[in-house]
Design a protein. Sequence first.
Length: 398
Amino acid sequence: MEFLFKGTICIDFAAYAPSEDSRQYKGFNTRTEETNDNIDDNTDMEVNEPEIDTTTQNTMSSSLSSNDSSLSSNDSSSDDDDHITKNKVLMFVVANVTNYFMNYVLKNPCRDSSMTGHRWVSKILNGHPIRCYQMFRMKKLVFLELCDILETNIYEQVGLLLYMLSQPGSVRNSDKRFQHSGETISRHFHSILEVVCMFTKDIIKPVDPLFRDNPDEILKDARYRPYFRDCIGAIYVCVPSHLQEVYIGRKGYTTTNVMVVCDFSMCFTYVWAGYAHDTKIFMEALRKPALHFLHPPQGKYYLVDSSYPTFMGFLGPCKKTSTIERAFGLCKARWKILGNMPPFALKTQNQIIVSCMAIHNFIQRNDKSDGEFDSLDKDNEYIDSDEDESEVGSSTTT
């Protein structure tokens, strides 16, 4: 075998022997020639096509054309629906972007006055003294001293508090005056009110807790000196005993009844707001040391209303007390909010009452020439026409 096939190369369908004269691959040529012959044979073949009737051709063509038109109309309708959907989505996106832009980027200011709250307070303080007294119910120097006591240099906040306490209005009126939103006004009002309530502990109390000195108002008045030399104050709440409903006054509308102790300089030395029956307040104050009621020292006494029991240290019944009526009348005249309490929470209403009386004391002790105190001091026969001075209202929240 080795002798027969030695030197022969074999690939697929062709063989090459080195001993041959021609080195062509005969297999490749043979395949190519066969392929060409097949192509020529196919070219010479006759194709017999089936004959189609004319009616059939017309039917088929019309069917094809109707199918084509149906497909084209469906495609057109689908394109229209897609276009409408895209337009709706685009309009929704544009509307939201525009709304966001108008509300948060290009804001239209609701309060666009150039006279901001800070500028207005500065203008009042630096303007005519009467304007300061009319708006804040105190003189400029007293206003600045109050800011020092409260340890704040933000005059706008203190001005906001005094404005809301003294002017008959609401938070809505204040936001126009101070050019802030209602939320901002309410937040700062409650904030400064809390500060003033902390301050009340130092201002609503007797100047001398031991009551060693007799009041000048008694010593200098011959009518009272022989009888009230040892009197240190008056406790008075004008609430009839048969009206037991909490927060309902005798006038038929909702009020907050207030028990106070007042000295003869028309300063409040003790305040308790919120109950209708004064005897209950009085007995609670005596029994609970946590309420910090100052009991009279040995030999001293309070004048009390006819609703209170009479025992050691408490002399009654005293039906009318001019000093405490003047103090109530002046406090309610100065702070208009006490006569028309906004619908705050009860806790806030009580804080407002106590704060008004604390600032009342502060003015009396720091401004001896205050016009309103002066006029009442000279009127020894003062009897206020409102017999329910100790009632604060009207309020819509109970």
